[in-house]
Design a protein around this ligand. Structure first.
Ligand code: PGA
Length: 238
């Protein structure tokens, strides 16, 4: 089970220090835990969580080693800091910052080649689900990744299924909807699949109990230590 907290554009460096100092002392059981702070907090998170089982990932990564790419950060830059992975193609990147299946694939390939682990995000919009296109969209998104990922790097890749209509809305997919989407994704790419979209302490157990759900990508509920730890505990029990 893998529980990843996506902090989005929340927590300054000092807030990160406070959170990670408390997380460092928490009992996490046999669950893989990842936090994804903003770039400005990565160094602090790595320093505080060194020697624990909690890994620190970035929220995106560029495909190149270096170059004239204003505003971007490379896998080499992250690795040198002690960051061991990155999210790629979160739906907010796709919707607000023009991330496409093509750039998502390039980022995933570059990050894996650069030695990072990757959680690659996929998911349909509400309109796509309502018009019966969920399967087509997921196939397109996952196949774009499959086309570039080296077999030898599969052990460092996970996919997060995040239906766009469930992110930050308080509406989760039902456990059955999640399980069905995860089964489809796993049929295309044999990697762990996390569910994301309004995962909270009170629904985590049900979602994580499904056969094809290998963990969760948690946004809002990862910002408070208590709710994040409750979700980690639910993962440990399922
Ligand atoms: P949420 O966000 O848990 O706040 O819905 C999930 C995500 O965006 O990864």
């Amino acid at each position: 089970m893998l529980i990843a907290g996506n902090w989005k554009m929340y927590k300054t460096a000092s807030e990160t220090v406070e959170f990670c100092a408390a997380l460092r002392d928490a009992e996490l059981g046999d669950v893989d835990v990842v936090v994804c702070p903003p770039y400005t907090s990565l160094h602090h998170a790595v320093a505080l969580l060194a020697g624990t089982s909690v890994a620190v990932f970035a929220q995106s990564v560029h495909w190149g080693f270096d170059g004239a790419f204003t505003g971007e950060v490379s896998a080499a830059m992250l690795s040198e800091l002690g960051v061991t992975g990155a999210l790629v193609a979160h739906s907010e990147r796709r919707q607000l910052f023009a991330e496409t299946d093509e750039t998502a694939a390039m980022r995933v390939e570059g990050a894996l080649d650069g030695g990072l682990s990757v959680i690659a995000c996929v998911g349909e919009t509400e309109a796509e689900r309502e018009s019966g296109e969920t399967e087509t969209v997921l196939r397109r998104q996952v196949e774009a990744l499959r086309a570039v990922v080296d077999e030898d790097h599969l052990d460092r890749l996970a996919v997060a299924y995040e239906p766009v209509w469930a992110i930050g809305t308080g509406r989760t997919a039902t456990p059955e909807q999640a399980d069905e989407a995860h089964a489809l994704i796993k049929g295309l790419l044999d990697v762990p699949v996390l569910y994301g979209g309004s995962v909270k302490p009170d629904n985590a157990g049900e979602l994580l109990g499904k056969q094809n759900v290998d963990g969760a990508l948690v946004g809002g509920a990862s910002l408070e230590l208590d709710s994040f730890l409750e979700i980690c505990r639910a993962a440990f029990l399922s």
